[in-house]
Design a protein around this ligand. Sequence first.
Ligand SMILES: Nc1nc2c(ncn2[C@@H]2O[C@H](COP(=O)(O)OP(=O)(O)OP(=O)(O)O)[C@@H](O)[C@H]2O)c(=O)[nH]1
Length: 310
Amino acid sequence: MERGMTDIETAETPATHSGFVALIGAPNAGKSTLVNQLVGAKVSIVTHKVQTTRAIVRGIATHDNAQIVFVDTPGIFKPKRRLDTAMVTTAWGGAKDADIVLLLIDAERGIRGDADAILERLKDVRQPMALILNKVDRVKHETLLALSAAANEKVPFKRTFMVSALTGSGCKDLLDYLAQALPAGPWYYPEDQISDLPMRQLAAEITREKLYLRLHQELPYSSHIETEKWEEKPDGSVRIDQTIYVERDSQKKIVLGHKGETIRAIGQAARMEIAGILEQKVHLFLFVKVRENWGDDPERYREMGLEFPH
Ligand SMILES: Nc1nc2c(ncn2[C@@H]2O[C@H](COP(=O)(O)OP(=O)(O)OP(=O)(O)O)[C@@H](O)[C@H]2O)c(=O)[nH]1
């Protein structure tokens, strides 16, 4: 006997899965690179400098029938300043709200310092956890096995993956695991959405990346960028105004450079990348302003999605 189409469809439609996956790891472990690799697009800024990720950025991957929302946390490290404390608190907050927690270890560095402290703290985490040994393109197999054994001795990881976030090696296995391990449920976001980070913020992150790449020696972490204006033009282009806030006049001079050549180069690099992502022509205007002690201003923390540590 033939059954009605609706019944057959309902019975055969596989359940969707969805959920939040937090990436925890020491600075420079490769969290941003991994999220970008898994999502397949540049959603979180990547530099060779540590602590570039300040606010939580989500990348969204769809794999098999699952929607996997990655929460890319700031690197966890020993806080020295107020801003540092806020970043670390936010990172652990991201882990608390996630369905699965991934600990990313730079296999080349191994377990020491920050990575060891994180392992200790993970003992209190209740969600399912998986261990990711990253940068396997640079490490011998025996070293990886020893690392895996040492980490699993401290924390009961459900699974261990050996990946290269850079080349993508091992990443499909990780996606397969996450897709089936996340709870069954409807997707949180429309299918074609890869990030819920507003474009204004993403554009500011890109400029911040270019700023750091150029001035990492001279301007350590005491700058902040805001997109102040976003204007779509009738000719299909967009005008974006951003302000780079620094703490001192001397830093303003560094950002501007001789005859403005530094800021021009930063603007050019940022404009090209933003235009590539938006797929439209971009006119980017950068301004530099001194805002003393912005690191002690609660409002700035709120804007970056961080809790203000009292
Ligand atoms: N060889 C190699 N390098 C990698 C790999 N993954 C990341 N890297 C490099 O490691 C550096 C740090 O990567 P990020 O993704 O910025 O690290 P992060 O953990 O997000 O850093 P924070 O934002 O500071 O917490 C970059 O230079 C990456 O290119 C990998 O699998 N292999």
